[in-house]
Design a protein around this ligand. Structure first.
Ligand code: 5AD
Ligand code: SF4
Length: 484
């Protein structure tokens, strides 16, 4: 296990009457560095509620949090007011996320006033970015921890300490903790934490630290265990997945494409996804892997951020518009039908009308299958927050509307290529709008609603009869083989 030498839980506040699950008081769980939890704790009737904000990395941490709490005898509560332990796994990527979270915390405060025994915890990137300030701003918070510090939460809950505590030093991966998967047949595997890039808008380097890759042997072992447990689709997670491995010791150093090959060879894993790669590190070996590895899906999420080279330069993205377009051309050369999605920020400081027109042009030229579009939001302690020429909010909003129009129109046009085709769908459950139909995703990561039979986790061939920018619609095929 990779550990940080600093192990200093900060004791931040004087005594608090924290309730503890009574019958496990002094029996702390010990989490082995590689194996599963070594102590089985007796069941206690305590309940938890977890709210997750932000990215898939956070969703994944929340699965670990839930799995860990359940192994401590906690059961999931239907609502916050029914829970003994209220947790928030926070994000700090945008200002909006912060304010949404503050409103939820207000509700937790009210619950705690009515039921003083309630324990309130705040984890994740926002907690990490404000550290001990969380206790000053929200004195009713009992425990705070940074991303990946799930094991510290266990330590806190089972300790005899009556003080509120914050845990913000990275001490290793949580891959060995039990996880409660949202869907039995899908698993997320964190392959690295942190990020060595210094994108000038991004708070992540300051919240998640330098990049640290997990050992390949450990990862493959974990994926094997997931497959044995019924997982058919894995998503490899990291802030910059395709720079994976560069920090590993020489004797076990492998590249991201080599890791993909190892995962593809795990029996039972039928779909591999990953997020997010960085265009600067998108090399031909990874692109070829999409053509060569049967389990690797025909979808790449390749964050563009801006279509203007001068803006990209100020964002410190280290690639140009031409390099990005060149990567897209290479992807389409090797995997012509590959779905491409992206992230775009509008209104970065100094973005002129001409810069923005370049972003529209790239969106038009590439024809993304989908995009997450963000209004630039200055984040504390980032370089861009203090750059001159911040763009007025109304200008940002107007540009966003124009961008969304192009993105949606191109996505709708691109989606028409599926009409008349048969695609393989991994069933997730009933369709959200019409429960008499089923919903799932095809390998291109499009949501597919369809008429037919199937259980969550089944692979079903679906004939597509209609497509919008976001979803495909069709009917289960009677043919045995999918052509999608
Ligand atoms: N403002 C707006 N969007 C941002 N993103 C990251 N930081 C900011 C910010 N300060 C977006 C990027 C990134 C996605 C996860 O969030 O597009 O790829
Ligand atoms: Fe994820 Fe970044 Fe938000 Fe953290 S700040 S939860 S890494 S998107």
């Amino acid at each position: 296990m990779i550990t940080n030498p600093v192990k200093r839980p900060m004791v931040l506040k004087a005594r608090l009457p924290l309730p503890r699950p009574r019958n496990i008081g002094s029996r702390r769980p010990r989490w082995g560095p590689l194996g599963a939890a070594r102590v089985t704790l007796p069941a206690v009737s305590r309940s938890y509620h977890v709210t997750t904000f932000g990215c898939q990395m956070n969703e994944h941490d929340s699965e670990r949090i839930k799995g860990m709490l359940e192994s401590l005898g906690y059961a999931e509560a239907g609502s916050r007011s029914d829970a003994d332990l209220i947790l928030f796994n926070t994000c700090s990527i945008r200002e909006a996320a912060d304010s949404k979270f503050a409103a939820h915390l207000g509700e937790a405060k009210r619950i705690k006033r009515e039921q003083p025994g309630t324990v309130i915890g705040v984890g994740g990137c926002w907690a990490q970015s404000v550290k001990e300030e969380v206790f000053a701003r929200f004195p009713f918070v009992d425990v705070a921890f940074g991303p990946g510090q799930v094991h510290k939460l266990a330590e806190f809950l089972t300790s005899d300490s009556l003080t509120a505590q914050g845990f913000f030093e990275f001490e290793g991966f949580t891959g060995h903790l039990p996880a409660k998967r949202a869907r039995d047949f899908q698993g997320w595997v964190q392959i690295s934490v942190g990020c060595n890039s210094v994108c000038s808008y991004c708070i992540v380097p300051s919240t998640r630290g330098r990049e640290v890759s997990r050992q390949p042997g450990e990862l493959v072992e974990e994926i094997r265990r997931l497959a044995d447990d019924g997982v058919r689709e894995v998503t490899l997670l990291g802030q910059n997945v395709n720079s994976y491995g560069r920090d590993l010791p020489r004797d076990c150093r492998i590249t991201f494409s080599e890791l993909l090959r190892k995962v593809d060879a795990v029996p039972g894993i039928e779909r591999i996804r990953y997020t997010s790669p960085h265009p600067k590190d998108m090399r031909e070996d990874v692109i070829r892997a999409h053509a060569e590895l049967p389990a690797l899906c025909e979808h790449i999420h390749l964050p563009l951020q801006s279509g203007s080279s001068p803006v990209l330069k100020r964002m410190r993205r280290t690639y140009t518009r031409e390099r990005y377009l060149d990567r897209v051309a290479l992807i389409r050369e090797h995997v012509p039908d590959c779905a491409l999605t992206t992230d775009i920020i509008v209104g970065f400081p100094g973005e002129t009308e001409a810069d923005f027109a370049q972003t529209l042009e790239v969106a038009e030229a590439v024809g993304f299958d989908g995009a997450f579009t963000f209004i630039y939001s200055p984040r504390r302690e980032t370089e861009a927050a203090t750059m001159p020429d911040q763009v007025a909010h109304e200008v940002k909003v107007a540009r966003m509307e124009r961008l969304v129009e192009v993105i949606q129109r191109r996505a709708r046009e691109r989606a028409q290529r599926f009409v008349g085709r048969t695609v393989e769908v991994l069933v997730e459950g009933p369709s959200r709008n019409d429960p008499s139909r089923l919903r799932g995703r095809c390998r291109h990561n499009k949501v597919v609603n369809f008429d037919g039979l199937g259980e969550p986790g089944d692979l079903v061939n679906v004939e597509i009869s209609a497509a919008t920018s976001q979803t495909l619609s069709g009917e289960a095929s009677l043919l045995a083989r999918a052509a999608g």
